[in-house]
Design a protein around this ligand. Structure first.
Ligand SMILES: [Zn+2]
Ligand SMILES: [Zn+2]
Length: 269
């Protein structure tokens, strides 16, 4: 099992990314939620370029993958679940929830701490929100997230299978909840009891600050409800709402070099 995970984790992650990306892109084409404002060719080419750049950055900076870290922690007996000797299946499910809570906490922190916000505001500077926004993060934020994730894996003692499952899940749900797809309101209502839906996450990309600072979840919607950051719908509605940040309305922020420069610009938010 462990050898299989080491040998195949990259291929599993890449393959699932490609499959979910194609499904969401087709779904957006067939049933779009709202009319996109910015030029799609510019957004897609640059958002996908930074996604590619991010995967290269992670590969070059980290000598081991997150799954590798989990296997090392298991071998050394580090982490809560390893110390308690929890069996892999229930332990893995607990680990997935704990990792999701970690990501939620990290996301909130990235909105509050000014130096982290500088990095994270790049994700919010997209003038539209669709499947490609789901992977549009600054490389430094991606590297920092990886360090936080690896530390959490060691502290939790997360089983290797659950780390791979979490990475695949987070990747898939991020593309799903950023996508510009139309979901029947009734289905959205039921689905958002267990999963962050596109309508729920779109609120987080609103230009209105109170809405930007809500709905931080990526996988499970429960943390937002539990910690008081849940917002049901955007005030102006999904069609009329403005996506992005007030200080980044210029379409130049949709291009790769400006996206990389966003953390270093002297604007207040
Ligand atoms: Zn955010
Ligand atoms: Zn987002």
């Amino acid at each position: 099992m462990n050898i299989f995970l080491i040998d195949n984790s990259v291929m599993i992650r890449l393959g699932s990314f490609a499959i979910v990306f194609v499904i969401m892109a087709l779904w957006e084409k067939v049933a779009p939620r709202r009319a996109l404002r910015a030029r799609k060719i510019i957004r897609w080419s640059n958002n996908l370029s930074i996604t590619f750049l991010n995967s290269l950055a992670v590969k070059f900076v980290f000598p081991v993958t997150a799954v590798g870290v989990a296997l090392m922690a298991q071998k050394e007996g580090y982490g809560l679940l390893n110390i308690m000797g929890t069996s892999p299946i229930p332990g893995g499910l607990i680990a997935i929830m704990a990792l999701d809570l970690t990501i939620y906490t990290q996301h909130r922190l990235f909105h509050v701490v000014p130096v982290f916000w500088r990095l994270h505001r790049m994700h919010h500077s997209d003038l539209d929100i669709d499947v490609t926004t789901g992977a549009r993060f600054h490389p430094v934020e991606i590297l920092l997230s990886m360090v936080i994730k690896m530390a959490a894996i060691v502290l939790i003692g997360a089983p290797a299978w659950s780390v791979l499952a979490f990475e695949v899940l987070l990747n898939a749900t991020s593309m799903f909840n950023h996508s510009n797809v139309l979901l029947n309101r009734g289905i959205d209502r039921v689905l958002r009891l267990i999963l962050v839906t596109p309508d729920m996450h779109r609120v987080h990309h609103s230009v209105i600050i109170q809405e930007t600072n809500s709905n931080y979840g990526f996988n499970l919607p429960w943390w937002d409800r539990l910690f008081g950051s849940y917002r049901d719908q955007p005030i102006k509605g999904h069609d009329a709402m403005t996506i992005g940040l007030a200080n980044y309305r210029d379409p130049k922020y949709l291009t790769l070099h400006w996206m990389l420069a966003v953390p270093f610009l002297r604007t207040e938010r």
